[in-house]
Write a protein that binds this ligand. Structure first.
Ligand SMILES: [Cu+2]
Length: 196
């Protein structure tokens, strides 16, 4: 008899359809909490600079928000830990830049704290190598860099960044748990119906 088979065939699609629906509802929540990440920089990470460097910039995937003085930090730290940025950073849409006068040859670290498009601060850094061209006067740098409001001193955002990372992790794990529970409920309902 072909008739009893028809409803069973329909039922077989219920689970994948329900899971797809649950996934469609939950998954968009994950990329929404993503933070700005660097898509490029000048100089490039890991590169070697052999000419005097007038500025350093980092470009992000999304807009960098500014909340007045000090919300954006961009530092250029030389081999001996001195600062070689000569002004406070400027933000143009997705790019943060700062003027520089480098010291001697060596490894320089560019570190930043920027406010992501979602309002959360992120911190990170990259490094490049400077090979000072002969005849170039090495700048002395400074101990703390220019005073730029909240941006001076130790990078406060190191902890903020860690906190928002945990928040994202909790959101992702929570989302997966909800997905898992929803799947279990769907399976249970399906098994109960099939038995009945
Ligand atoms: Cu965030």
């Amino acid at each position: 008899m072909p008739l009893p088979d028809a409803p069973r065939r329909t039922r077989r699609w219920r689970l994948p359809a329900a899971l797809a629906l649950v996934a469609a509802v939950l998954l968009p929540a994950v990329p929404a909490s993503a933070h700005d990440f660097p898509t490029g920089s000048s100089p490039k990470a890991g590169s070697t600079v052999t000419a005097p460097l007038k500025s350093v910039s980092v470009t992000f995937d999304e807009a960098v928000l500014t909340y007045g003085r000090g919300s954006t930090v961009l530092r250029v730290i030389g081999p001996e830990g001195r600062h070689f940025e000569t002004a406070c950073p400027t933000v143009t849409d997705r790019t943060v830049s700062v003027t520089t006068r480098l010291g001697g040859s060596g490894r320089y670290t560019v570190s930043w704290r920027v406010v992501s498009a979602d309002g959360h601060p992120v911190t990170d850094s990259l490094a490049f190598t400077y090979r000072a061209p002969s005849g170039t006067a090495a700048a002395g740098g400074s101990t703390d860099g220019p005073a730029c409001g909240a941006g001076t001193g130790a990078p406060r955002a190191a902890s903020s960044s860690g906190t928002s990372g945990v928040v994202v992790l909790v959101a992702v794990v929570g989302g997966l748990l909800v997905l898992l529970v929803a799947a279990a409920v769907v399976v249970a309902v399906l098994l109960t119906r099939r038995r009945g």
